[in-house]
Design a protein around this ligand. Structure first.
Ligand code: NAP
Length: 519
């Protein structure tokens, strides 16, 4: 390991001297404690991180897009320099396998470079120009020009299930930095060592590219204590979060109760419904069950896009269910990210199984070991499903609930679902055309609608929407993946009657950055 682990927060360019322990990493599956002990940032240090972020904001947000792009690319390079450290520590802290961690590393550095390219190209600022017309009657028209500007310092909560791509230098941090916002990260207790290695890389990149101190801080001490203090702090102007519904809604409440309420972009729970029409079953029920099982059990089901709810037409799909049963029974338990998540899987599947009308179709024949989850499938009629809102709750892990009803009942049930990150339809093109009401219902409830595919596997690109109505996210107008995610950390500003030289380059008459503008 080339990165020494000190167990302390990053307060701008210095390290915390707090001595209050806040935990150690624990290896899932064995319960072994991993050195070092981590220590909470002190209240004074939180205050200092805030003051540094506030001081960095005007400097950082006014640095050229090329400078900020250089910073993002430097972070990617510094992370690549410690990839073996990250993988070694990540496997111990998260039980994720090496290929998954290396893949997630590629996604993380890819996101940083994607945002570097986006801001360097420049058109994302949505520049709009309405030129003055002094001769307009009855009143002259003033010169008005607008573009997006960064909100200010952003708090980012690391996600347990994406220790890289949604943690210290993940999508929330990358999009906020790209927008011009300093970032204060709250490390997740589940992978503190990975957080420290990545934080060291980001700080090296900030120094190498001459960024102002305070552009980036990483705080240990937990979300409930340090994270709450950060979200309450007047310097913070927005929050990025991926995790539980209870955590996300607690942060929404904190943010809303501030003297100045701020936006919280929380990605929380989603069961990602899949609607199967008869034509899809006619193509081969075994093949469909095998593909579904692959999506259900990918990464021990620990993806926010895991397919946790399936609507099956009544009287159809017995072959699909029989094959799914055999796959689940023959499947293997997998070690989860931490003991709490494994316990939560056991509790949530037990809660679903105990609802009147729910039958257990299949459970894995191999018993789950320490911190493991074993695949499970439950079945319920649509009448019983509609009676109990608990059946819409996420079972975070490799478990799903199959609901059987008529197509009319399914369409109406989909319209009544909670907000989702994704909704998938398996059908023929003729069925697609014949069920426009169902397609509307799916699109109305989800951020991404999928035809004949599975929700796991989230492409990082311009047109990805990883969002959706509550409780999938706290604000369904946004995406937390892809270039669209930058818009969460900006607001539009108009300049009225400013002299050309005093305008941001993006709005100047000669368009010196040569960006796309509405004029
Ligand atoms: P979590 O409990 O929501 O924790 C995520 C982060 O939020 C942690 O840093 C935590 O800090 C903080 N937090 C939690 N409650 C808070 C509160 N009231 N105020 C301030 N900060 C708070 O999520 P998790 O630990 O990653 O996993 C727990 C469960 O969340 C899982 O079993 C799963 O059901 C769900 N989950 C869902 C997704 C998804 O994408 N759908 C992803 C991850 C997890 P502390 O350490 O202080 O608690």
């Amino acid at each position: 390991m080339i990165t020494p682990l000190l167990g302390s927060s990053f307060i701008g360019y210095s390290r915390s001297t707090g001595t209050e322990p806040c935990g150690t990493a624990v290896q899932p599956g064995t319960g072994s404690v991993l050195e070092p002990v981590y220590h909470s940032a002190t209240p004074d240090e939180v205050e200092r991180a805030m003051a540094l972020a506030a001081a960095a904001f005007p400097i950082f947000s006014n640095r050229s897009a090329a400078d900020r792009a250089g910073f993002l690319r430097a972070i990617a390079l510094e992370i690549e320099g410690v990839i073996d450290d990250v993988v070694e520590r990540g496997m111990l802290e998260t039980a994720l396998a090496e290929p998954r961690l290396r893949g997630e590393m590629g996604r993380t550095t890819g996101q940083l470079r994607m945002f570097a390219n986006l801001i360097e190209e420049g058109s994302w600022v949505d520049a709009r120009i309405d030129r003055a017309d002094p001769d307009r009657k009855p009143i002259p028209k003033v010169d008005l020009r607008s573009m997006l500007r960064p909100l200010g310092p952003v708090a980012v909560f690391c996600a347990s299930n994406f220790p890289l791509a949604f943690s210290v230098a993940g999508g929330d941090s990358a999009s906020a930095l790209a927008a011009g916002c300093p970032v204060v990260v709250i490390a997740h207790a589940s992978h503190p060592g990975v957080a420290e290695i990545i934080a060291s890389a980001v700080i090296r990149a900030a120094k190498l590219t001459d960024m102002p101190e305070g552009v980036f801080s990483v705080l240990y001490g937990g979300g409930r204590k340090v994270g709450q203090a950060v979200v309450k702090h007047p310097v913070i102007q927005a929050v990025g979060f991926t995790g539980s519904r209870s955590g996300g809604t607690a942060l929404m409440a904190t943010a809303a109760s501030r003297p100045q309420p701020i936006p919280v972009y929380a990605e929380m729970s989603s069961v990602n419904p899949i609607v199967v029409l008869p034509g899809a079953l006619d193509r081969g029920e075994d093949e469909f069950a095998t593909a579904f099982f692959g999506s259900l059990t990918l990464g021990v089901g620990q993806f926010c896009t895991n397919p946790g709810l399936v609507f099956l037409p009544a009287g159809k799909g017995d072959g699909f269910l029989a094959k799914l049963k055999s796959l689940v029974e023959a499947g293997a338990p997998g070690t989860m990210l931490n003991a709490a998540i494994a316990k939560s899987f056991v509790d949530s599947t037990a809660a679903i199984a105990s609802v009147p009308g729910v039958k257990t179709l299949a459970r894995c024949s191999t018993e789950a070991g320490q911190d493991q989850a074993a695949p499970a499938v439950f079945v319920v009629s649509i009448e019983d499903f509609l009676k109990n809102p608990l059946l819409q709750h996420e079972m975070f892990g490799p478990a799903t609930l199959v609901v059987r009803g008529t197509l009319e009942e399914i369409e109406s049930a989909v319209l009544g679902l909670e907000g989702q990150l994704t909704a998938s339809l398996h059908a023929t093109e003729a069925e697609l055309a014949a069920h426009s009401g169902l397609v509307f219902a799916l699109q109305n409830r989800a951020g991404r609608v999928i035809f004949n595919g599975f929700p796991t596997g989230v492409e990082v690109c311009n047109s990805m929407v990883h969002g959706g109505p509550f409780p999938a996210t706290s604000d369904g107008r946004s995406s937390s993946v892809g270039t669209m995610s930058i818009f969460r950390f900006c607001r539009p500003v108009s300049w009225q009657s400013f002299p050309d030289a005093a305008l941001p380059a993006e709005l100047q008459e000669a368009n010196p950055l040569d960006i796309r503008r509405m004029e």
